[in-house]
Design a protein around this ligand. Structure first.
Ligand code: NAD
Ligand code: IPM
Ligand code: MN
Length: 360
């Protein structure tokens, strides 16, 4: 059966990195028999400029009908002054919500060749392999009430609400425990249960699910402020981390720096039906957009996750990961992971190198 893919390049460096990921997909089709067809559609600021909306109906429909979505990045200074309802980032949040992509997997794995590229000491980051499981359709990102209102005395009030219902916590906890079973058998749940009632419930429900359904998995809990500190002090203590939408957003950017660059971290956003959206965890990087300096590996590794989690092509996923390892072993570096004085290559050259490594 032909896999149907929706490709949404988006803004800033989005089109540059997605172009390289599509080269990889095309190579898998022509050389390795991947049966797929992809269709591209606008999203984010680019879509707003064309149609007045960051997530046009046709783009949403394409994403809904696809077996998997590949997304670059959205947003940028050009669109920052827009009303919240049409900001590029709304498209991303709407896609996640509409497709019920509640489980966001963000693996942070240190490639041996890049241990020296991290801002931390190589001996602290060597061998790090963490899976951040971020809840993606709830929490403060979606809670009501929200907005900015005028008070009678002329002041204004900005409101966002951190809400979690027990079923939302249960389903993300199950995803984390399931993944831990296939890894080290350890889960660390991150919350702020000492201050926020909603995450006191989080802790209680995660504990219940663990005790009842996953007694073989070792569960620990940590407050988010400590977790942020422990991630740079001794990241090796973590395997699977499960956390709320906003804590997961922040901790995954932090975890990316263990690996050397945010340009290396892929993600999968999954629902219960197996369809998913795949994107790098970074944004549209306006500061380097159009310069050819963006690292496409996070997006290429997101294709790897797509093959594994939505297309049931784990052998091809392994091939993509091995090709990325090969180019790093060969010493190829985009500027974000190049050592001081080391020769760097551009976005397209990095994509071409991965394609060459795939072909073998
Ligand atoms: P960012 O992730 O875009 O950039 C942060 C820093 O990392 C920048 O210095 C950038 O140059 C660098 N960087 C990011 N990706 C890189 C890559 N592939 N290769 C090399 N360097 C890379 O975060 P930001 O600057 O806070 O946000 C910029 C815009 O992106 C904002 O509009 C924000 O809302 C949006 N954003 C979108 C997504 C998404 O689409 N998933 C994620 C985060 C931020
Ligand atoms: C991410 C981004 C998004 C988030 C923004 C752009 C809505 O930072 O994918 O990590 O906060 O989830
Ligand atoms: Mn983020």
């Amino acid at each position: 059966m032909t896999h149907k893919l929706a490709v949404l390049p988006g803004d800033g460096i989005g089109p540059d990195i997605v172009r390289e990921a599509c080269k990889v997909l095309e190579t898998l089709r022509t050389n390795f028999g991947l049966d797929m067809a992809w269709e591209e559609a606008p999203v984010g600021g680019t879509a707003y400029d064309q149609s007045g909306h960051p997530l046009p109906e046709a783009t949403l429909e394409l994403a809904r009908g696809a077996d998997a979505v590949l997304l670059g990045a959205v947003g940028g200074p050009r669109w920052e002054a827009l009303d919240y309802s049409v900001r590029p980032e709304r498209a991303l949040l709407a896609l996640r919500k509409e497709l019920d992509l509640f489980a966001n997997l963000r693996p942070a794995k240190v490639f041996p060749e890049l241990a020296g590229a991290s801002a931390l000491k190589p001996e602290v980051v060597a061998g790090i392999d963490i899976m951040v499981v971020r809840e993606l359709t709830g929490g403060i990102y979606f809670g009501e009430p929200r907005g900015v209102e005028e008070l009678p005395d002329g002041r204004r009030k900005g409101v966002n609400t951190l809400v979690y219902a027990s079923d939302e916590i249960e389903r993300i906890a199950r995803v984390a425990f399931d993944i831990a079973r296939k890894r080290s058998g350890r889960v660390c749940s991150i919350d702020k249960a000492n201050v926020l009632e909603s995450t006191e419930l989080w802790r209680e429900v995660v504990t219940d699910v663990g005790t009842r359904e996953f007694p073989d998995v070792e569960l620990s809990h940590m407050y988010v402020d400590n977790a942020a500190m422990q991630l740079v002090r001794a990241p090796g203590q973590f395997d699977v981390m499960v956390t709320t939408n906003m804590f997961g957003d922040i901790l995954s950017d932090e975890a990316s720096m263990l690996t050397g660059s945010i340009g290396l971290l892929p993600s999968a956003s999954l629902n219960t039906e197996g369809a998913g959206m795949y994107e790098p965890i970074h944004g549209s990087a306006p500061d380097i957009a159009g310069t050819g300096k963006a690292n496409p590996l996070a997006t290429i590794l997101s294709v790897g996750m797509m093959l594994r989690y939505s297309l049931d092509e784990s052998e091809l996923a392994d091939r993509v990961e091995r090709a990325v390892e090969k180019v790093l072993e060969d010493g190829l570096r985009t500027p974000d992971i190049a050592a001081e004085g080391e020769q760097a290559i551009g976005t397209a050259e990095m994509g071409d190198a991965v394609v060459a490594a795939l072909r073998g």
